[in-house]
Design a protein. Structure first.
Length: 620
């Protein structure tokens, strides 16, 4: 690998300055791949592209935590009243805390940092209130740099035992390889040794102490992003590079690996080429490391990208296109979580420029921080709308399926919905020309009815919808994102990786009522060996509900594997879901939601079909 000195630091959040991500393309090959997207200024006014969608070739299930963002304790606006609604509308289902490098100086019990600024109203409980109000899941980074395994274990106890928050995902440190081991020191690390061996050894201790409190939590290990500095370097005190050292010691003890992705680019065209040029290779390398070192746990060890963004054009139209391409390409390649940096970030007003006929505030946030040179506080920037377009394509539990394009300037992502629909996202990376797209499907016969089409246009401030084009032909404006939603016709649709003529064989049904003053509705997605369910409990009475319990049964050997926003127990086929401290009270006419994932044997003669019709929903 060609090694270079880390680049200048430049990310500048509101208070205090936060260093830039030290990641970039490691070889000239990746730069050339991105450069191939450059558009000639005298290009013709119309281009064409052919897109093929294979609805029977499933790449991944959309994870419940797939689309996430970051918040930081120095952001006094992270818990604004508008934030839960904005997160929910954008489909952001995971929120990481307490904020990048601040994670390694933050002490949760005292809500203080070693030398940093902490804004009022950004404590852990207030953060959890915002996350729950948004219907999202928390991802917490424990303090490795200035904390201890006991401090982290106490945090787990407070979060999951005392408060019943059900925080499932815990990282141990943030970008710990930036602790000076390789010559660049932006990350606080007060351990006497900064080697990968020391981190891995301590990581095992953190995992042991934290899981002794709550064995159900998942522990994440910090790795260097493959192909990015300092990947491949061997530091003092180690016999191998960071990733091989950490995984060789801690691999069998962890539940997921963590990388950050801030592709360095030389132009907008270069930036827009990065997801497809870099991510598949990075994900493959990470999976190989997991398979090599995680032992029998390897199939269950996940990949999380807990920070992602471009390194330039941060609020320009191009970053709005980059955002969904980044999220979806990582998910298609096996990541269960991608967290954009960040919710708010702030800017240096001297760096505001005009780009693409709009304004680039040089702000890493998806929402305005309300700086004097920016729009009003919490105004969405282009990456917010690009992220929101994912909600038009798919929901957690749907399947991402294979899509291909004949043009390097037209990215395609496709999803197979639980109800049998197939949706297609088309990202036109040409800043000057619309593209006429011909669509072809394998394993899916679309209805002849005119489809609903959602569009996020260049420099737009909203997403529009129209009934337009056809299942075979669509026009995608220059520098825009289009999602085409298609219903199945009489030819059948592929479900769970197999084709079934004329009908969808798996979940996605809705219904169910219970007894008492609460009622249940739900949606579910099932595939060979697994399922995801989202369940809503509503108060149908005239007085507040104070605590609720839902009981139902599974057939066969179906087991609950993960859960959010409820306490779920299972004995054989009997399942019980109970409210937590923060969602037990339901006002008349209101509702709360929870969900779970499950697994069942592929050799089980009874598939995982279940129904909540008539399930016992009790209050109190």
């Amino acid at each position: 690998m060609h090694v270079r000195t880390p680049p200048p630091q430049g990310r500048e959040p509101m208070n205090p300055p936060r260093r830039a991500p030290l990641v970039w393309a490691a070889t000239a090959v990746l730069t050339l791949l991105g450069a191939s997207l450059a558009v000639s200024p005298d290009a013709s006014a119309a281009t064409t592209a052919a897109v093929t969608v294979n609805a029977g070739q499933v790449l991944a299930t959309v994870p419940a935590t797939g689309v996430g963002t970051n918040v930081a304790v120095y952001d006094g606006n992270m818990n604004d009243a508008a934030v839960p609604g904005l997160l929910s509308a954008a489909g952001i289902k995971a929120v990481r805390y307490p904020g990048g490098s601040y994670s390694d100086i933050y002490h949760w019990q005292t809500h203080t940092t070693d030398g940093g600024y902490v804004a009022p109203g950004t404590d852990f409980d207030t953060y959890m209130s915002t996350v729950k109000a948004a219907g999202a899941q928390p991802i917490v980074t424990a303090d490795y740099g200035s904390g201890t395994a006991q401090e982290a274990a106490d945090w787990v106890r407070y979060a999951n035992v005392t408060k019943g928050y059900g925080v499932r995902y815990w990282e141990i440190g943030n970008e710990v390889y930036g602790n000076g081991e390789y010559g660049s020191s932006w990350e606080t690390d007060k351990h006497s040794s900064h080697s990968a061996t020391t981190y891995a050894t301590n990581l095992v201790q953190y995992a042991s102490a934290m899981k002794a409190v709550d064995p159900s939590i998942k522990i994440g290990a910090v790795l260097t992003t493959p192909g990015n500095w300092p990947d491949g370097l061997t530091g003092p005190g180690d016999t191998a590079d960071w990733n091989h050292t950490v995984m060789s010691i801690a691999g069998p003890k962890i539940d997921f690996v963590i990388v950050h992705h801030y592709p360095t680019s030389s132009s907008e065209a270069d930036l827009l080429g990065k997801p497809h040029a870099e991510i598949p290779g990075m994900a493959s390398t990470l999976r190989s490391l997991i398979d090599q070192y995680a032992g029998s746990n390897a199939p269950d060890v996940g990949i999380a990208v807990t920070e992602a963004n471009g390194n330039m054009y941060k609020d320009a139209a191009s970053n709005g296109l980059f955002a969904p391409d980044e999220y979806l390409t990582w998910m298609e390649n096996g990541a269960f979580n991608v967290d954009w940096w960040g919710l708010h970030n702030g800017t240096d007003c001297s760096k505001v420029t005009s780009v693409d006929g709009g304004t680039d505030y040089d702000d890493y946030g998806v929402l305005s921080s309300g700086a004097s040179c920016e729009p009003p506080l919490d105004t969405p920037f282009a990456p917010y709308y690009g992220t929101q377009m994912i909600t038009k394509l798919a929901a957690p539990g749907d399947w991402l399926v294979r899509g291909s394009s004949s043009s390097s300037l037209l990215a395609v992502h496709a999803a197979k919905r639980a109800d049998g629909d197939v949706d297609v996202m088309l990202i036109n990376k040409d800043p000057s020309n619309a593209v006429a797209v011909s669509l072809d499907f394998d394993g899916f016969s679309p209805s002849a009815t005119t489809p609903t089409v959602y569009t996020y246009a260049k420099n737009g401030t909203s997403i529009t919808s129209a009934v337009s084009g056809s299942a075979a032909q669509q026009s995608v404006p220059a520098y825009s994102i289009v999602v085409v939603q298609l219903h199945p016709g009489s030819g059948g649709t592929a479900t769970g990786g197999t084709t079934s003529g004329g009908a969808t064989t798996s979940g996605g049904t809705s219904g169910g009522t219970g007894s008492g003053a609460c009622a249940v509705t739900y949606t579910k997605s099932e595939w060979q060996g697994g399922l995801t369910a989202d369940i809503k409990v509503a108060n149908t009475g005239s007085t507040p509900v104070s605590g609720w319990t839902l009981a139902f049964s599974f057939p066969g050997d179906t087991k609950v594997t993960s859960v959010w926003n409820a306490a779920v127990t299972q004995s054989g086929s009997a399942v019980s879901a109970k409210s937590l401290s923060y969602n037990g009270t339901i006002a008349p006419g209101a509702d709360v939601s929870f969900g779970f994932q499950g697994a069942w044997s592929q050799n089980d003669a009874s598939p995982a079909v279940f129904a909540l019709n008539g399930a016992a929903c009790t209050v109190g």
